[in-house]
Design a protein. Sequence first.
Lengths: 153, 458
Amino acid sequence: MKTRLLGAVAALALVAACSSTDQNAAATGAGGTIRPGSQEDLVANVGDRVFFDFDRSSIRADQRPVLQRQAEWMGRYADVRVQVEGHADERGTREYNLALGQRRANSARDVLVASGVNGARISTISYGKDRPAALGSDEAAWAQNRRAVTVVQ
Amino acid sequence: MNPASPFAPTRRLVLLGAGAGLVAPGILATPLPAAAQAPQGAVIDVTRARTDPIPVAIPDLAGAGDAARVGRDIARVIQTNLRNSGLFRPVDRQAFIQTPEAAAQTPRFQDWRVIGAQALVTGRVEQRGDGLRVEFRLWDVLPETQLQGTAFTAPSANWRRIAHLISDVIYERLLGEKGYFDTRVVYVSETGPRDRRTRRLAIMDQDGENNRFLTDGRFAALSPRFHPSADRIAFMSYQDRGQPRVVLFDIGSGSQQVLGNFPGMTLSPRFSPDGRSVLLSATRGGDANIYIVDLGSRRERQLTSGGGLDVSPCFSPDGTQIVFNSDRGGDQQLYVMDAGGGNVRRISFGNGRYATPVWSPRGDLIAFTRIGRGGFAIGVMRPDGSGERILSEGWAMEGPTFAPNGRVLMFYRESRATDSRGGGYSARIVSIDIAGFNERPIPTPTDATDPAWSPLLS
C-alpha cells in the first residue's frame, strides 16, 4: 500500500519535473518539504524512471544519464535500498511481458551496479503490462508504460 | 490423482449404459434400457454438424410440484449447452405438439417428426427428500429408437451438474465423441482502474454459472492452470514481499504452497499430462528459462538455457514434447522440444510475433496468440507448424485454452481504451469453435482474463 501511494505521488511529481527545473520541483514538491533520500526526493531531483523502445530491454543512450544520476544519488544516501520495477506496454502477451519487464528491470539494475551501487541494495520485480502508468491505448501512452521505475524501499 | 485411470472409463461405461455406478461424488447413474435400443454409434459427425446443426427437441422434463420447476431448469440448461456448442439446433418449443408429460410416458414420434426434430430428449424428475431422481431418455426420431436412457440420483443441489452430464451424454451419443459440458473454468477476475487492478482467481461452470472467488485479491493472481484431476490449480501469485511465484492451490481446502526454490520470479505454470510435475518459466538476471518441477520430490530440472526469454511452456498430451514461446531468434516465436529439453525446433513462421501456445488435448493442434501490426489474433496450427489458421482477430486477445475434447477454445478479448483515463477498456472471456465460427461471450460478473478450461469433472 505504501509503495503504491508513493508511486502515485511520483507520477504526479514527474509531470511537475518535466515543466520546471529540478530546484523548482524540489521547492514545490508534494507537501512543501521533501525529505532527502526519499522517493519524493528521487522523483523531484533525480528522476525515478527510464523508458524503453518497443520490445527492447537495452538502456537507451538518452536514458542512461537518469540511471547515472540515480547511482550518484544512492551514493549520497548509503542506507537507501531500492526496488527496480520493470513494466511493458499493452501490445504484448501477459506472460511474455512479465519476462520482458524483468529483463528491463535487470538492465536498469546493471547500469546502477556498473555506476558503483552495491547490488545488494537493489532488488528487481516485474509487473509486465499489468500496471500501466498511462491508461490510454496509443503510442504516447505505451511509450510511458515501457519503463523501469526505481522505488525507494 | 492419475487422470487416466479412475473415472474416465467408469463414467463412459456407466453413462453409455453398461451398468449402475457413481459418475461424480454423490451422483449415481443407472441405465434405463428400452425394447428398441439402438446400437452404439454416432448419428452424425462433428464436421457435418457444424454446417448442418442437429435439430433436437428438448421439452421440459416432467414432474410434479417443485420437481416440475427443476425439470424445466434442467431442460433449459441442456438446451443452452447444446445450442451454444453450435452443433445442435434446439427446436422451437412453441412448435411442440405432444406435451412434455405425455412425451415422458411414450413419445409420439410423428408429432416430433413433423416439427423437424431429429433427436428428442425426454425425462422426468422426482423429488426424494433432499435428493432428486432424474430420468432421461434420448430418442432417434426417424427410426423411433431409444439411443440412451439413464437415471441419475443425486442431492438436489447438484441439479446443474446432472444437466451438464445429460448434455455430455447427448453430445457423445449423437456425435460419437466426448462432450465438454461437465467442466469448469478458472480465470482471473479483474476490478478497479487499470493502473490499480485487483486480480482474483475465480472459478465458474463452463457456461458462466456458479461463479465464485478463490482468492481474496490482496495479492495479484495470474495464469491459473488446472491439474488433470481438476481439484488443484497452479497459478502465479504476487507474494506479500518479494518475487512473484508459481503457487499450488487446492480448490477444496484453499491451501496454497509456493512451488520450487528459485532465486527470481517464476511464471507461466503448466501441469504435465500425468499430473506429477509442473513446467514453469524462471527468471535469473535478465533471462527466463523453462524448468520442470517434480511434485513428489520437489526437485527441479532446467530444460532450456542461454540468453532469451523462454516462457509459456505446454506439454503435448502424450507427454513427449513441449511447446513454448521464446525470443531467442530476435522476436517471440513458438518452439517445440523433446520433453527432456533436446531437439528444439521453431514451428511458427507467419507474419508477426507468436505467443501463449497450448497443445490440444487431441494432440492434433497447437493454439496460439499472434501479434501483428494491426492487432492480435487467435489461431491454430499443426504441431509441425503447418496448416496455420486464424480463428479470430481484433484489437487485443490472448490466452487460448482448449475444451477437454479439443473442439472449442476459450480466450480473452480486450477492447481498446478510448481516452487517456482508460475509459472504454474491457476484458472478456469468449469461446469459439476451432473451425473458427460460433464465437460467443462467456458471462462473468467482472472483467475476466486468463481462462483455463478444466478436464471433464467426472
